[in-house]
Write a protein that binds this ligand. Structure first.
Ligand SMILES: *Cc1c(COP(=O)(O)O)cnc(C)c1O
Length: 432
């Protein structure tokens, strides 16, 4: 099947060695399942490649917006990765889980003064400064706190990860970061160097998501290294860190692109080493910020079928007990997924139907035109694969639907990692 943690025996879907139909019965549905060994293996692929690469001191930082809950920060900490955090909520969760906050990188294009104070109090290792205002505010608040804050500056190198056509200006107009092409990134660097309470250590970029082209990071690195050389030559300031962001793609369906991440990391690092030498700057240490490629293939979602509606001469719908509240990605971006009827994997005859959720919203589609067993019926268990990233973390309470639990599977044993929200949780903040 799509990944090596998926299998079928006796007509049932097995995930991470566990029978999904039995888990659906035990915990109820909708249910997120996560495979701990897969998360750890994905972390190790990055760590091993970065530890061995030619850029000394390189490391991976998990972009925790992909899936954020206490248990995941513990796993990430144990595997030696850092964590990107983008809000007080993610900082609070990481800290409560005991994450070593000196390995946390605070991202985001609009950090309020309150966010900045909160992050400094929490001991966040790095701020990734997104704009001039943030550099000013952070310097002021760091002074009040009596600390020197380490920072990277986020810049936009003008790389479009998916086309060559618009390379020069394609991504300069982003809401994130400061443009290299316009000279503003150099000006931000000048401002940072002038600040007494900031320690300006490197530059950051994040060119996009679902990258399968092997040279995207190399093209971005070239622009970034050029800026590092300019900062050295014009400002006399040598930087130590080159953060190339996240974005490696994962397969959501058979036949989708594939990228060999360790091989790509090796190639990027070698290129960076050679280019730094040519430019006369120190070889920087690399940071990569994988989110999706750490957790996506470590997660699936289970649902129970409610109605099967066959509109003769038109189309068919299979309704499930979840939907856009636990997986909004088709509604948001028409994302593709692989769907398996977990208790009928041997079915020969099939029908085509849209897999739809239970929300009062026609756009509540999890996946259109799915092939189901011809006898699909109320009570069957449906699995949507590759839901470990940007599902739980994007879930909502629309229609006052409680969010599903996360069950972690580790060496064949299952345990609750996040409880199912209760009806009382839903009214917790309501003044009655
Ligand atoms: C979202 C994001 C990432 C992670 O991207 P993936 O595609 O999930 O790997 C990394 N860095 C930054 C700054 C991001 O915004």
């Amino acid at each position: 099947m799509l990944y090596d943690n998926l299998d079928t025996t006796g007509g049932r879907l097995i995930f991470a060695g566990a029978d999904t139909v039995a888990l659906a019965e035990k915990y109820g549905t909708p249910l997120y399942l996560m495979d701990e060994e897969k998360i750890r293996a994905n972390c190790r692929a990055y760590r091993t490649a970065l530890d061995a690469c030619v850029c000394p001191g390189s490391s991976a930082i998990y972009a925790s917006k992909a899936c954020s809950f206490a248990g995941i920060y513990k796993i990430i900490a144990e595997e030696g990765l850092g964590a990107d955090v983008v809000s007080a909520g993610e900082i609070y969760t990481a800290k409560k889980a005991g994450f070593p906050m000196e390995r946390a990188y605070f991202q985001g294009n609009n950090k309020t003064d309150a966010d900045i104070r909160f992050a400094i109090d929490a001991g966040v290792g790095y701020f990734v400064c997104d704009n001039f205002e943030e550099i000013d505010a952070l310097d002021r608040i760091a002074e009040e706190a009596g600390i020197k804050q380490k920072i990277l500056i986020r810049v936009t190198p003008g790389i479009d990860p998916h086309t060559y056509a618009a390379v020069a200006t394609g991504k300069v107009d982003s809401k994130f970061g400061i443009a290299v092409e316009t000279g503003q990134a150099l000006e931000a660097a000048r401002l940072a160097v002038s600040k007494k309470n900031l320690v300006f250590e490197g530059i950051h970029c994040h060119v996009g998501s679902m990258v399968f082209d092997s040279d995207v990071f190399i093209r971005a690195a070239d622009v970034m290294l050029g800026l590092m050389a300019e900062i050295k030559n014009k400002l006399g300031h040598e930087l130590k860190i080159l953060d190339l962001g996240g974005g490696y793609g994962v397969g959501y369906y058979d036949g989708q692109g594939k990228i060999d991440i360790p091989a790509n990391i090796r190639a990027v690092a070698e290129h960076v080493g050679e280019a730094a030498k040519r430019l006369g700057i120190e070889t920087p240490s690399l940071r990569l910020e994988p989110g999706r490629s750490i957790v996506a293939d470590a997660g699936i979602t289970l649902y129970t079928v409610g109605s099967v509606k066959k509109i003769t001469g038109y189309k068919n719908y299979v309704s499930i007990d979840g939907g856009m509240t636990d997986n909004p990605r088709y509604a948001l971006y028409q994302s593709k997924y692989t769907v398996v009827t977990a208790n009928k994997t041997d079915a020969k005859d099939t029908i085509t139907a849209d897999l739809v959720g239970r929300c009062c919203e026609s756009g509540d589609i999890v996946q259109p035109e799915v092939s189901f067993p011809a006898d699909i019926a109320r009570g069957d268990t449906v699995a949507v694969l590759t839901t470990g990233a940007y599902n739980y973390s994007m879930a909502s309470n629309y229609n006052r639907i409680p969010r599903p639990p996360i069950v972690m599977i580790s060496n064949g044993a299952d345990r609750l990692a996040v409880k199912r929200e209760s009806l009382d949780d839903l009214i917790l903040n309501d003044i009655i």
